[in-house]
Design a binder for this molecule. Sequence first.
Ligand SMILES: Nc1ncnc2c1ncn2[C@@H]1O[C@H](COP(=O)(O)OP(=O)(O)OP(=O)(O)O)[C@@H](O)[C@H]1O
Ligand SMILES: [Mg+2]
Length: 492
Amino acid sequence: MDRSITEKTLQAILDISKEINSVRNVHSLLERILDIALKNLNAERGFILLRDEKSSELLTAASRNIDPERSSDLSEISRSTVTKVKERQKPLLAFDTQEDVQFMAAESVILQKIASIACVPLLLKGKLIGVIYIDSREKTAGFNQQSLDFLETLSNQAAIAIENVKLAEALYKENELLKGELHRVYAFKELVGNSPQMKHVFEMIGRVLNNDVTVLLTGETGTGKELAARAIHQNSRRKDKPFVAINCAVIPENLVESELFGHVKGAFTGAISDKEGLVEKAEGGTLLLDEIGEINVNLQVKLLRFLQDHTFIPVGGTSEKKVNLRILAATHKNLEEQVAKKIFREDLFYRLNVLNIQLPPLRDHRKDIPLLVDHILKKIARQSSEKRKKISAEAMEKLVAYSWPGNVRELENVLERAVVMSNDDQINPQDIILMKQDSRSYIEPGMKITQVSLMLLEQTLKACNGNKTKAAELMGVSLRWIHYQLKNKAVR
Ligand SMILES: Nc1ncnc2c1ncn2[C@@H]1O[C@H](COP(=O)(O)OP(=O)(O)OP(=O)(O)O)[C@@H](O)[C@H]1O
Ligand SMILES: [Mg+2]
């Protein structure tokens, strides 16, 4: 072989090696390889086939001036050359086809005036991963053995480069995935947890972010249902629009509908003007129907309709309105039980429960308690602009051992109190007062009013042998208030 050509080839190969190893995407890489082949061999057209990982068929991965899928573009001779290379896994040269008697008969050769074909396999560790094909209709660009050698060397380089780029792409994808997950954990920074239970919650939240699927958040009181609802909103595409929550347990039963859907002037006594409902306030954003288990059957029917097509009629109104929002619902109640008891409509339950995210009770993921304590102490310090208190190991032990009927909210309350109680910059076991173990029956200055009222309620109930109606009468409160107090008992 002529030395100068070898040097030229060598230089070309070196350049190519540098060039193709800097391309980071398979498609651009293949196009570069083709261009190099065409330029260096003075060829006119070319394509690369690559083995598809799923079907293991050879499919077109890149092409120049030719479409191998189109029969008018590819002659019989081209086709049979590719097939031979595929089968034999050896380079093949078909030059001067027009003068080659063997090919003269092939009509397409005449029609297409193909002068030369060079075709080489792309082999990786002895396995065929594809084929490089080039041809030329110009007689002047007749390929020879050197052309084939060049193409073969190029194909060896290319096979490695393709493998590398594929690996890099896979790594990149994996990395992006991991970054996404990191981002996700970070994005839910208000929602703390590292336990498998909480990770499952994060994963479920992650799954519903980019769609408008209705999510039912369930879990005991204080487990973070509302917080999770906010996390969904804040990380969804609706984040720049309002997040509106309606607590169906707190609003008097007869007012829930007008709160939700608004009312027109004169709809009922006190409706002195038109009022926009919360569904309209949430336009474009997210609406949380909190304590959904509390709504009455009448409203359940209307809600079902609203969930179906997002249309509603304000109380006392006649015309239908429509809004665009995402609906989330939360409850600490077992809705399935309520359905069985016919207190909750089955069809509404299924509409709400398209996807259920269950927040675990804190006693089931005690592992998260130190993390939560740290998070809450930081939060308290931030809110009071005071230095963050530390916590002794014994105090932490006490917290981890407790059963937390009021879940994270109870933990927050206990810590708030402990921060106030502790004399130095550290929280000690005696600063931690736990409701269950230490249920005091006396009132002292500085106690929360909610705590006092609950204590009073419990004592009254005891005196009335658990008769709530009687207790309500004695205390001058509604039965509903009593139910609400008892429901949130653990939280105080
Ligand atoms: N995983 C968590 N990480 C950090 N804070 C949490 C977590 N879970 C709950 N909290 C905190 O606990 C308190 C109660 O949470 P939230 O109001 O979301 O509970 P809930 O399930 O809606 O309770 P309820 O049924 O009583 O309405 C909030 O102050 C919230 O910030
Ligand atoms: Mg709540």
